[in-house]
Design a protein around this ligand. Structure first.
Ligand code: GRF
Length: 222
């Protein structure tokens, strides 16, 4: 099977992008990153992509009259590289409905909470404020509603009594990296796909998201 053509959207530090690049360079991603796209021209994720010889495009939202116009321009650039899959890896902008629909079923996002808990921002402090005993990260298909598409897989992290927002964020981020890599790999190998509004895994529709186990493998949640 030819490797998936991957477009990555990022706005910030780019540690999830780094995990994808490292997996690609180790030959275990099952995908090739053909472009990195951003709304923040100076962000670290873009510099990282360039260091690894990956094509980048950054457009500034302030140069466009509306969210729709910006997305039209950015997603036309993305379409031009003909991606099979778009990965939002720390892309901090809402994406307009039209752009999402254009790539429905071919766009995934990584979010730092156990969705459907805590869509949106400040997920770690919200988990602490709620005294949750468990927190984590989710990879899901993107639909127009924020952080609400079918959840593919989750990584769970126990919350410690002495956790701060920073310590919890750090431990969740460590699990985000293998989670995202495993999801991209599974899609690239044809083990995972979207079927209507549900996730199909090894031919079966999932009622629950997959879990990332201690060996960094995806498995069905029992
Ligand atoms: C991650 O926590 C991701 O889940 C969220 O934004 C953060 C991006 O981190 N969507 P990085 O830029 O990949 O380091």
């Amino acid at each position: 099977m030819a490797p998936l053509r991957l477009a990555v959207l990022a706005s910030g530090r780019g540690s999830n992008l780094r995990a994808l690049i490292e997996a690609q360079e180790r030959g275990v991603l099952g995908a090739r990153i053909v472009g990195v796209f951003s709304d923040r021209p100076g962000c670290a994720a873009l510099a990282l992509a360039r260091e690894h010889g990956i094509a980048t495009v950054a457009l500034k939202p302030a140069d466009y009259g509306s969210r729709e116009q910006f997305d039209e321009a950015l997603f036309s650039e993305i379409a031009a590289i003909q991606p099979d899959l778009i990965v939002c890896a720390g892309y901090m902008r809402l994406i307009s409905e039209r752009a999402v629909q254009r790539f429905q079923g071919r766009m995934i996002n990584i979010h730092p909470s156990l969705l459907p808990k805590y869509p949106g921002l400040h997920t770690h402090s919200r988990a602490l404020a709620a005294a949750d005993r468990e927190h984590g990260a989710s990879v899901h298909y993107v639909i127009p509603e924020l952080d609400a598409g079918a959840v593919i897989a989750q990584a769970r992290v126990p919350v410690r009594a002495d956790d701060t927002g920073e310590s919890l964020a750090r431990r969740v981020l460590e699990r985000e990296h293998p989670l995202l890599v495993q999801c991209v790999q599974a899609i690239g190998e044809g083990r995972l796909a979207l079927a209507g509004t549900q996730v199909r895994w090894r031919g079966n529709l999932l009622d629950e998201p997959l879990s990332l186990n201690d060996r960094d493998q995806l498995e069905e949640t029992t």
